[in-house]
Design a protein around this ligand. Sequence first.
Ligand SMILES: NC(=O)c1ccc[n+]([C@@H]2O[C@H](COP(=O)([O-])OP(=O)(O)OC[C@H]3O[C@@H](n4cnc5c(N)ncnc54)[C@H](O)[C@@H]3O)[C@@H](O)[C@H]2O)c1
Ligand SMILES: [Zn+2]
Ligand SMILES: [Zn+2]
Length: 368
Amino acid sequence: MKMRAAVLEEFGEPLVVQEVDLTDPKEGEALVRLVACGVCHTDLYTASGVDPSGYSPTVLGHEGAGVVEAVGPGVNELAVGDHVVTLFSPQCRECVHCVDERTNICLAIREQQGKGYLPDGTTRLQRNGEEIRHFMGTSTFAEYTVMPEIALAKVSPEASLDCAALFACGLSTGLGAAINTAKVRQGSTCVVFGAGMVGLGAVAGCRLQGADRIICVDLSEDRLALAKDQGATETRLGGDDIVDWVISETGGFGADYTFEATGNVAVMRQAVESARMGWGLATMAGVAGKGETLDVVPRLLITGRRVAGSSFGGVKGRDGVPKFVDRYLAGEIDVEPFISHRITLDEVNRGFELMEAQDGIRSVIEFN
Ligand SMILES: NC(=O)c1ccc[n+]([C@@H]2O[C@H](COP(=O)([O-])OP(=O)(O)OC[C@H]3O[C@@H](n4cnc5c(N)ncnc54)[C@H](O)[C@@H]3O)[C@@H](O)[C@H]2O)c1
Ligand SMILES: [Zn+2]
Ligand SMILES: [Zn+2]
């Protein structure tokens, strides 16, 4: 079939929205009509050419939500009409990681996905017979996508798909960092560094876990105001004095849980140093630049602080995303304020500009 998609042709150049070909789903795959898709830093990171593993031409986009239009042979758990959220982090339910509760990092299709292919090593995307590679296994800056069933989370049809799309990446990452990775205990004190999509999700996650104090740290007053709405009990502008401030605010000890959601390794260090002696857990969600390292004084670890990393919030996508969407429908998570701009596919490059200008939290592409 013919469809419109935003293609990364040349690194550092605007995406080119154009007509491309999409072939039918094969074994274990489904055809999804996208209804909404968020524009995320990872898309821009790849488009800019900074990502060393990037390739072109490819259709970017990974924060998609839509409706199943067709299924290939061997698809068991999805049917035409189902509402789905796309998962760059799949869940096959069979690999050694999927059957273990300690991780959400599925091994089933990692290699092919990383190279831009669907699990059988081919693409469903073409232009004049030339292959176009898939991005993050999702390629959702497009009217349609073909994806493996194991990378689609079936969500409640009650949820608006523009809000559901945010659970495809940053929001679930933040919520999950607090709920799954850190498993924040009721009554705790938490500090969240960064109030973008991921940090705000972590603030909401700490609130849902029943934290007593949730301190959010950012450089933007506007974003800190959003953090208050998500449940932050205190906010503070970031800077060199922040560790001392957190320690003095917590009786000289530091916080039970800290979260890093900026991608800045200096802030990661602050998150570790702000964690409490004895049991403080610092969870890293930010993605640092290639080659950057996190500097930690080992004595901080010997005296009981721990450091964890969290990919997609430790969320096993097909199980966890539908549950988050249900909590949104139950009124526990306020998603609407994260959608700052609604744009069309043709305006995708404007979505990048808004993100670079830190104008709002998320631009969401709406397809019609
Ligand atoms: N682990 C994962 O699976 C995963 C998934 C999605 C995104 N990420 C990463 O999470 C990070 C956050 O993503 P986002 O979409 O929320 O980004 P974002 O850019 O919207 O938010 C980052 C926030 O950090 C703030 N910040 C910058 N420097 C700071 C400082 N010194 N002190 C305090 N705050 C500071 C910025 O003002 C901004 O509000 C990125 O690194 C992103 O790549 C990770
Ligand atoms: Zn993303
Ligand atoms: Zn798996």
